[in-house]
Design a protein around this ligand. Sequence first.
Ligand code: ATP
Ligand code: MG
Length: 375
Amino acid sequence: MHVLVLGAGQLARMMALAGAPLNIEISAFDVTSETVVHPLTKAVIGQGLASAIAAADVITAEFEHIPHDVLDECERSGKFLPTTDAIKAGGDRRIEKALLDNAGVKNAKYAIIETRADFEAAIETVGIPMVLKSALGGYDGKGQWRLKSLGQVETIWQEMAECIAQTPTQAIVAEQFVPFQREVSLVGARGKDGQIAVYPLAENIHVNGVLSLSTAIDDQALQQQAKQMFSAVANSLDYVGVLALEFFDLDGELLVNEIAPRVHNSGHWTQQGAETCQFENHLRAVCGLPLGSTEQIRPTSMINILGQDSVPESLLDTAGVHVHWYGKEKRAGRKMGHINVCASNQPALTQKLIELAKVLDESAYPAIHQLTQQS
Ligand code: ATP
Ligand code: MG
């Protein structure tokens, strides 16, 4: 099987690593340069979308900010999965919100803003405090504003107006601020036959809008709620592949924050913590193979490596610690790799994270330092 992945980042790379044992070969399409590259070496192995499509058995995506003409061309080949509608929803918060409403899945109250008058109306209907997000192009907390008081309206409007003016189809989605206790996400797969298999929920700690720490949790009541919402979204799209739902946990009630129509950062723990990792399950689903077991095999956390290109060697000498680099050039705050940490029980896992905080600095690994301060 030959799978073409739209996008040539770490997710395509990890799909290639997971696909190799099943003889699933990955090529990555760099949407900006329109070249086909090897997902690991980044060597250019082809030019142009048309020939890349012709050479592929299946086409999928590792990110959602893909030009619609590229998606439409892939769609016409009949080879694209999970569905271009899902990718479009992931890349446009307006479509995403409509999708959640249609699937009957709870999410934060919202309004769409294109003009100053819309902004005034949103302040009335959605209320303050409010989170404002660009409809297109946001990730890692970028393209967002927090409106906490009326005094900020003028300044925030200036910035939002500039953002709207930059892209012809841009708008802002105003969302009610949700005073959540924690953030969790559910990663799961839906097969071509409609079979659904989900992983345990992960609890996610974001610092400055960027995921820092993700830990698989065992909470059956929440898990059931999350799985029901996952199934509603996946079935409504006739989705095939791995899908992630991010939630706010508000007193035990889940609200969907957003969906990611792809393998997800909060599912990286499955590489060491689950029977079958999310990358393999995505490939199994899009290739029409049976899904692998999503069972958790041991307590596991994932720590993102932000803006650093080395770790102390002692980490590689610690049982249960696994370092995954993405082969990217170092840039401040950039996701450069991640560390999966496993232990035989939950207290031992927490202890291991606290030990790691002693040798990993706070700027690159903020969440494990917060853990240390709490304990
Ligand atoms: P990513 O794609 O990297 O997950 P993003 O830029 O798409 O992030 P969101 O997930 O929508 O953005 O928001 C980033 C973070 O901001 C959330 O994880 C959450 O901590 C906070 N946040 C977002 N929306 C709300 C809200 N309505 N109420 C309270 N906090 C929010
Ligand atoms: Mg998010």
